[in-house]
Design a protein around this ligand. Structure first.
Ligand code: EPU
Length: 337
């Protein structure tokens, strides 16, 4: 364990924002993590996972703790299922590929999502009809206060759309150290109903897909519309898709005949924020070294050297414009720091 001072966080956030951390430490053992959490000289701490869901808008004075706990193990298994435990610092996509290599099913639709295993439950990552909660069994977390290890079951986590207890009442109180998933070894439950997957598989001429085929299709779809953070800095969807009442939706339909929606409940629908932003005229708009991605309006991008504060200003302008045009508030999905 080595405490560093005044280091750039550029390589630690997928937006590629160059802000400085006054104090930084990377931990790869549980004991190290506990020791760092108990450092009295640094009462305020910032837990950093894969840095894929944050926008840095200023220098960070807290002690930044980079969670680098590695390891994947099989907890138990029977003929049909396997319980796999992955430590928090494992890269999410590499973990998905590890599962696919072993022919363990359940995470294939979540291929190529940036970030680490330990931060995936915080926002209940989801894509192409599947959410983390569908295979999640439990996670271990250390209390930042008492340093006790606590196990959170699926129920404890109170998962919702891009939401969990870790974004609400448990926010800042725990560091997730490992996650256990229940995956299939046989009779995989394939989720191909999300439109883009069906058409991608048929383009490839695949009629009876395997979990590996689904992963490849998801990777192809994501690569076709989402920018690779290694090439263009971004944090995936910057906003959540807003949920509105059916009554509000019907009013909007009178002015916007093509407004898309997904069903949520008897009285509510989800409207793609990407459509609202595109219709507000922002898709592909570039403002110097930052802007709105040209293929998916939900994604804000750093073309290189942008300030997080400028991207934040753009996000506020988008929110204001969408509110004015549609009377809908869109909420940021990324953490603004
Ligand atoms: N759309 C537009 N213009 C755009 C983008 C989208 O009109 O620029 C409309 C289209 O009608 C399109 C619909 O939105 O059919 C849905 O688009 P897409 O399939 O890309 O999904 P999304 O709702 O925009 C969500 C997630 C993504 C996830 C995809 C696929 C959120 C906030 N985002 O996006 O997650 O990959 O579904 O399941 O729920 C992420 O969280 O970082 C992320 C990329």
């Amino acid at each position: 364990m080595q405490l560093q001072h005044n280091i750039s966080l550029k390589a630690y956030n997928t937006f590629g924002i160059d802000e400085v951390a006054s104090h930084f430490v990377s931990v790869s053992e549980l004991d190290e993590l506990k020791a760092v959490l108990s450092l009295k000289d640094y009462p305020e701490k910032l837990i950093l996972g894969g840095g894929s869901n944050m926008l840095l808008t200023q220098p960070q004075d807290k002690l930044v703790i980079h969670i680098n706990l590695k390891g994947i193990s099989i907890e138990k298994e029977d003929d049909n299922h396997v319980y796999v435990k992955a430590n928090a610092g494992e890269n999410w996509h590499e973990f998905v590929l590890w599962c696919l290599k072993h022919n363990f099913g359940g995470l294939e639709n979540l291929s190529l999502i940036p970030g680490n295993v330990g931060t995936a439950p915080i926002q209940n990552i989801g894509a192409y009809g599947v959410e983390l909660k569908d295979t999640f069994i439990s996670c271990n977390a250390i209390s930042t206060d008492t340093l006790e290890t606590i196990t959170f079951t699926k129920e404890d986590c109170k998962f919702g759309y891009r939401n969990s207890i870790f974004k609400n009442e448990a926010k800042g109180k725990y560091v997730i150290t490992a996650v256990v998933f229940k995956l299939t070894k046989a009779q995989h439950k394939l989720r191909v109903d999300y439109g883009a997957i069906t058409s991608e598989l048929s383009t490839q001429g695949i009629k009876t897909p395997t979990i590996q085929d689904i992963s490849k299709a998801v990777i192809a779809i994501r690569e076709s519309k989402l920018p690779n953070p290694k090439e263009i800095g971004n944090s995936g969807s910057f906003f959540k898709n807003p949920v509105i009442s059916k009554t509000e939706f019907e009013v909007l339909q009178q002015n916007f005949k093509n407004i898309p929606s997904y069903p949520v409940s008897e009285n509510e629908v989800k409207v793609p924020a990407g459509w609202l932003i595109e219709t507000s005229g922002f898709k592909g708009k570039r403002f110097g070294n930052f802007g709105v991605h040209k293929k998916q309006a939900l994604v804000l991008v750093n073309y290189g050297g942008a300030k997080g504060s400028d991207i934040l200003k753009l996000s506020k302008l988008i929110q204001k414009t969408v509110l004015k045009l549609f009377d809908i508030s869109i909420e940021a999905e990324v953490n603004v720091l």
